[in-house]
Design a protein around this ligand. Structure first.
Ligand SMILES: NC(=O)c1ccc[n+]([C@@H]2O[C@H](COP(=O)([O-])OP(=O)(O)OC[C@H]3O[C@@H](n4cnc5c(N)ncnc54)[C@H](O)[C@@H]3O)[C@@H](O)[C@H]2O)c1
Length: 266
């Protein structure tokens, strides 16, 4: 996309963290934004702050796991702004526990919010984007979907890995039709997500992707997303230190896995 000026961007999970910061980065480049979140008051607050600063924003209460949520979001966006250019599927939840302790129902909840929401979003928004032959999708995955650094959040990691694959397939389909796709893979970012983690079974030691990854502020990630949309870039890893992990794993997957097990012991 050559410019974000006067474009309309819908962002889920935009009441806080990465979604909120991305909304501001897009507004700073002239876009109008729809702040969609299950936290209706938080969404109103963000939209109000953007409006107070002279930007154009609409708050829409939205549970991305609910039937019909994306059709309602699409219709509210069309009523307010008359078009859609960018759809950022960003809402996500985390759950923690050993593999045998996380209930199936919790697996289903995480997959529903993190992965099936994007399927629902596609059903509502893709027909519009395909018909206009322009636009951009951003799907928020995670380092957790790129390589394995812990075993106590498998529903999250599985949902994010699936999202990367889903996004790559979408890029294959949509790029030739003039629609960009970015998969955002953040490393650690200082947001409120830890506060909403559900835990099952005995306490586990929380492990991040590694000490080489500096925690970013959401505003830094928002800027990276805006630039990735403008550059029509598919893979957005927020930290280049992820590359040796991916290279080492591709070279010798078993050796890499053994190194990770040793790192967990350390
Ligand atoms: N913070 C990190 O370190 C990090 C790292 C990698 C990936 N991510 C991903 O970034 C995305 C944004 O997370 P964040 O870190 O900004 O966290 P956050 O908790 O600050 O923001 C998440 C937002 O999603 C909303 N949300 C949760 N469930 C929802 C639902 N069912 N429907 C609509 N909205 C819902 C929350 O209300 C919240 O406003 C998530 O997909 C997360 O997995 C975060």
């Amino acid at each position: 996309m050559e410019t974000l000026r006067d474009k309309v961007a819908v962002i889920t999970g935009a009441a806080s963290g990465i979604g909120r910061a991305t909304a501001w980065s897009l507004v700073d480049r002239g876009a109008r934004v729809v702040i969609a979140d299950i936290d209706a008051a938080g969404a109103e607050q963000v939209a109000g702050e953007i409006a107070a600063a002279g930007g154009s924003a609409l708050a829409v209460p939205c549970d991305v796991a609910a039937e019909g949520a994306f059709e309602a979001l699409r219709d509210s966006t069309a009523d307010a702004f008359g078009r859609v250019d960018v759809v950022m599927n960003n809402a996500g939840v985390l759950t923690r526990g050993l593999p045998e302790h996380i209930p199936v129902a919790e697996w289903q909840r995480v997959l529903d919010v993190n992965l099936m929401s994007v399927v629902r979003s596609n059903s509502a928004f893709l027909p519009l984007l395909v018909e206009q032959g322009s636009g951009h999708l951003v799907n928020t995955a995670s380092f957790a979907g790129l390589f394995t650094y812990s075993y106590d959040r498998l529903p999250y990691a599985a949902s994010k890995a699936a999202l990367i694959q889903l996004s790559e397939g979408l890029a294959l389909y949509l790029r030739p039709q003039g629609i960009g796709v970015t998969v955002l893979c953040p490393g650690p970012v200082v947001t409120g997500i830890a506060g909403s983690i559900r835990s099952f079974g005995p306490e586990t030691t929380t492990r991040g992707p590694g000490p080489e990854f500096e925690a970013l502020q959401p505003e830094q990630v928002g800027e990276q997303v805006a630039e990735a949309i403008l550059a029509n870039r598919f893979m957005l890893q927020t930290d280049d230190n992820v590359r040796p992990h991916l290279r080492n794993r591709a070279d010798n997957w078993d050796a890499y896995l053994n190194d990770r097990i040793t790192a967990l012991d350390g």
